[in-house]
Design a protein around this ligand. Structure first.
Ligand code: COA
Length: 231
């Protein structure tokens, strides 16, 4: 359906910002970054409705980045990434606290040539009316600035969704950028009549059914682990 995009991202262009991105992302991973894929698809004149599906396929192509579960040796680097990427050290402390209480259900790292460049965490959430339905909260999540916009965050989210599914969780919620998470299937949680227990703007609280129709009869407040209020 489409050709090998061999030189799409490696050609120097007259756009200094794009050339910098090519350098940051590296030859392989950059081939699948959002802007490189858009450029490639534009050249193919792919019809607009198919863009997102093709982009998703391309982002799933293996790159040099490895996405794997955290190991003991990663703990300091994960702390450093979260401390660096957020305004305070709250997220870094939260991840440590959840881990110390065995509440870090999924913790994945992105590694590039032995260096950690990103991290994503998932912990349990509870729906007050349906405690039997198994939910996870995505977050925090961070990719180091030098490697952002290379598809690493997307790989972390997709891997996390896959792990959630194989662990038998029913749904995932996230408090995050409303223009970022819909690309992975997240929808405003209010569409499921689900609401965050904290007072947050409605559009930043999103939900994804990991198992088909798992949220069809679930509604009400969703509560994160108490550790979120301790840090
Ligand atoms: C959000 C974050 C994890 C994304 O990681 P990433 O590796 O750059 O993500 P990807 O390369 O997979 O995706 C890049 C896309 O995300 C978009 N994006 C990045 N930050 C965004 C934001 N704050 N709001 C909306 N979209 C954002 C980019 O515009 C890009 O879009 P495109 O694919 O249409 O070009 C990263 O920017 C980050 O660590 N930010 C600081 C910490 C943070 O905000 N964490 C998330 C808390 S919800």
């Amino acid at each position: 359906m489409f050709h090998e995009p061999a030189n799409v991202s490696q050609e120097a262009t007259g756009d200094p910002a794009k050339n910098m991105q090519d350098e940051r992302c590296g030859a392989i991973s950059n081939r699948w970054s959002g802007s490189a894929v858009r450029e490639f698809l534009a050249r193919l004149r792919t019809p607009a409705p198919q863009l997102e599906a093709v982009r998703t396929q391309l982002l799933e192509v293996p790159s040099l980045i490895s996405i794997r579960a955290e190991s003991k040796g990663d703990i300091d680097a994960i702390h450093a990434i979260n401390k660096r990427l957020f305004e305070t050290d709250t997220e870094a402390k939260l991840v440590d606290l959840l881990r110390s209480r065995d509440k870090l259900i999924i913790s994945l790292v992105a590694e590039d040539k032995g260096k950690l460049v990103g991290h994503i965490a998932f912990s349990r959430v509870q729906n007050e009316a349906n405690p039997g339905i198994r939910g996870l909260g995505l977050g925090p999540m961070a990719v180091i600035p030098e490697r952002q916009n290379c598809g690493i965050g997307s790989q972390l989210v997709q891997a996390g969704i896959g792990h959630s599914k194989s662990l038998g969780y029913d749904y995932i919620v996230v408090l995050g950028h409303p223009s970022y998470y819909p690309r992975f299937g997240f929808m405003p949680a209010r569409q499921f009549d689900l609401h965050c227990a904290w007072e947050v703007p409605e559009d930043v609280f999103m939900a994804l059914e990991v198992q088909a129709n798992s949220l069809s009869s679930v509604k009400g407040l969703v509560m994160y682990e108490p550790e979120f209020n301790e840090v």
